[in-house]
Design a protein around this ligand. Structure first.
Ligand SMILES: Nc1ncnc2c1ncn2[C@@H]1O[C@H](COP(=O)(O)OP(=O)(O)OP(=O)(O)O)[C@@H](O)[C@H]1O
Ligand SMILES: [Mg+2]
Length: 282
């Protein structure tokens, strides 16, 4: 009786051992497949980046020539002055249209290239220590956008809290791009009123904050969760009245997150929008 019991126990034990071994092999196989799939995805991602970099270079070169020649025609700086006939009103209008379409295309190519570089990890921030109030950074970017605001009759103000940290670690190029994208959006989507940029410390967090707010058209509630997706434009019918490709916020978010920061949006349709960016000081 005991030997039968022992025999049964033994065979049960053997069965379980076999099952465990089979499960181990299955797990190993799944791990290998997952590694192969990851490797394949990485390869595909790199191939995509290489393709996009080459394509954008190939597209940018002729586009640069188009933009350059349009500029020459617009300024009437033709080499041989005998050929420099005055342009008619319609011809001038056509040149403006060629230029704005070429600029749009260039913005699209640059944006797609930036996103491809970001997703392949080739655009990691190069951190240096800067003073955020230094005229080269946020102040300079705001100054570059002043004429745009003035043309639309919108106030553009910048305020630094006196307690703003005087030393922060960040990539100055990416910081300027983030501020430029947000402020350019605010100016673009505001018909009247003001765009305000505030820089302040975040108490007890060794962090600092940039807030960009406007009195513009606002963003509808359902669109808020999508606006950081590439090519998303909140109101297609409305956005078509504005320049843009829907890449600015996707790039902005990637840059902020690469700095281990956060970006948040609050908006009321018809009243305005506010973007809060929080960045660590070090
Ligand atoms: N300040 C704002 N006020 C109202 N809507 C905004 C604002 N900022 C962004 N949006 C909405 O979010 C969408 C995405 O913004 P994003 O900057 O990514 O694209 P874009 O400005 O349309 O084009 P791009 O920045 O690539 O030139 C915009 O099309 C717009 O609908
Ligand atoms: Mg934009």
């Amino acid at each position: 009786m005991l030997s039968v019991l022992l025999y049964l126990l033994r065979s049960e034990f053997d069965n379980r051992l076999l099952a465990t071994e089979a499960a181990r092999r299955e797990t190993e196989q799944a791990l290998l497949s997952a590694q192969a799939a990851r490797h394949e995805a990485e390869e595909a991602n790199m191939a995509k980046t290489r393709f996009l970099s080459t394509m954008s270079h190939e597209l940018r070169t002729p586009l640069g020539a188009i933009i350059g020649y349009v500029g020459i025609l617009q300024s009437n700086m033709i080499k041989d002055k005998t050929e420099a006939l005055p342009l008619s009103k319609t011809q001038k209008e056509y040149l403006v249209s060629i230029r704005s379409n070429a600029d749009h295309l260039l913005g699209l190519i640059n944006g797609v290239l930036d996103l491809a570089k970001i997703s392949s990890g080739r655009m990691l921030p190069i951190l240096t220590t800067i003073n955020p109030t230094d005229p080269t950074f946020i102040v300079g970017t705001i100054n570059d956008l002043k004429s745009l605001a003035i043309t639309k009759g919108i106030e553009l103000e910048l305020q630094f809290d006196p307690k703003t940290p005087s030393e922060v670690r960040c990539d100055p190029m990416q910081l300027k791009q983030v501020v430029k994208n947000l402020v350019a959006n605010s100016i673009k989507f505001t018909r009247e009123g003001r765009v305000a940029v505030h820089v302040e410390p975040v108490e007890n967090k060794h962090a600092w904050k940039i807030t960009v707010s406007d009195t513009g058209v606002g963003i509808k509630h359902e669109a808020l969760e999508h606006i950081f997706e590439p090519f998303y434009q909140a109101d297609n019918s409305d956005s078509r009245n504005y320049e843009g490709t829907g890449l600015g916020l996707a790039i902005t978010k990637s840059f902020v997150e690469a700095h281990k920061g956060t970006i948040q949006v609050h908006s009321t349709l018809g009243k305005g929008t506010r973007f809060d960016i929080q960045l660590p000081c070090a």
